[in-house]
Write a protein that binds this ligand. Structure first.
Ligand code: NAP
Length: 279
């Protein structure tokens, strides 16, 4: 049977239609729309592109966004002050700090400064802890987007062995906790894992979040596995070798799989935040 393509681009588009209706309804009731503040520190072109794409996605659903651009020499204190200002601004319902920030800035401190009620990108320790404990919290956008994609395609998770390759704070770790909460048996692999192919071979659900182009080989994957490639590299290459249609039962394409769901989840959670904060 042909492998199922987990089409994040298509799901994001459908969801945007639903979100547009929710934003319009909120505006009709309150006269206000949700507002996402995006913070870009420095002049990394890829980060600038991501922030622009997020602003465009806000506009597509009728939301507003405020673009905060800070110089590459911004200090941690200056960034914390800006985040505090946005926390206190009643017209801001979500805050996105584009990752990564310049190396001299304490990124964790900056993430932690975001008010949990406005943490629509799911980057705070409090949000991670609440999510892990199964409490209400905005999920970290990339893994939460992956979970929404798996759910939309009715991929069975309960009792399955999920193998997550990567353990970063914004991807691998929250991904593993979300899969655990969905009753998967979870293995987390990382750069010190010995015999990585042996773990990958056991995966019913495989998530590649390594940050290295085509690092996970097709030959390691169990036939019939569901494969999620979170990686994105120039030339439309992911973290998993191309040709997944030959081995997987379902897989995310690169591009058009995980990437659109990340932005869509940020917007989705910003709309939820607007609905809860706008009186
Ligand atoms: P990261 O912070 O660089 O983390 C990479 C992880 O991979 C680390 O946990 C690292 O292990 C592990 N790793 C590195 N080399 C390995 C090896 N040889 N064997 C096994 N594990 C290894 O990257 P990230 O931010 O999580 O991003 C991962 C990928 O997702 C990247 O390709 C990135 O571009 C992509 N991404 C996509 C989106 C999207 O919206 N599509 C969003 C975010 C990220 P250690 O912890 O031991 O160092």
């Amino acid at each position: 049977m042909a492998a199922l393509i987990l089409d994040g681009k298509a799901l994001a588009k459908t969801t945007e239609e639903e979100l547009s209706a929710r934003v319009a309804s909120l505006k009709e009731k309150t006269g206000k729309t949700p507002i996402l503040a995006t913070i870009l520190v420095g002049d990394d072109p890829a980060s600038a592109t991501y922030v622009k794409m997020k602003g465009n996605a806000c506009a597509r659903v009728g939301m507003e966004s405020i673009r905060v651009v800070m110089d590459k020499n911004t200090t941690t204190e200056e960034l914390l002050n800006k985040i505090q200002e946005l926390n206190e601004n009643p017209n801001v319902h979500g805050i996105l700090l584009q990752h990564p920030v310049p190396r001299h800035i304490d990124e964790r401190a900056a993430f932690e400064a975001i008010d949990a009620r406005k943490d629509v990108d799911g980057v705070t320790c409090l949000g991670f802890g609440r999510m892990s404990m199964g409490e209400r919290a905005y999920g970290c956008a990339t893994p939460a987007g992956i979970m929404r994609l798996l759910k939309a395609y009715n991929i069975p998770l309960s009792g399955k062995h999920a193998v997550v390759v990567g353990r970063s704070a914004i991807l691998g770790k929250p991904m593993a906790m979300m899969l655990l909460n969905a009753n998967c048996t979870v293995t987390i692999c990382h750069s010190k894992t010995e015999n990585l192919p042996e773990f990958v071979k056991q995966a019913d659900i495989l998530v590649g979040a390594v940050g290295k182009p085509e690092f996970i080989k097709k030959s390691w994957i169990k036939p019939g596995a569901v494969v999620v490639d979170a990686g994105y590299h120039p030339g439309g290459v992911g973290d998993i070798e191309k040709g997944l249609e030959e081995v997987a039962s379902a897989y995310t394409p690169v591009p058009g799989g995980v990437g659109p769901m990340t932005i869509n989840t940020l917007i989705y959670q910003s709309v939820e935040s607007g609905e809860s904060l706008i009186k």
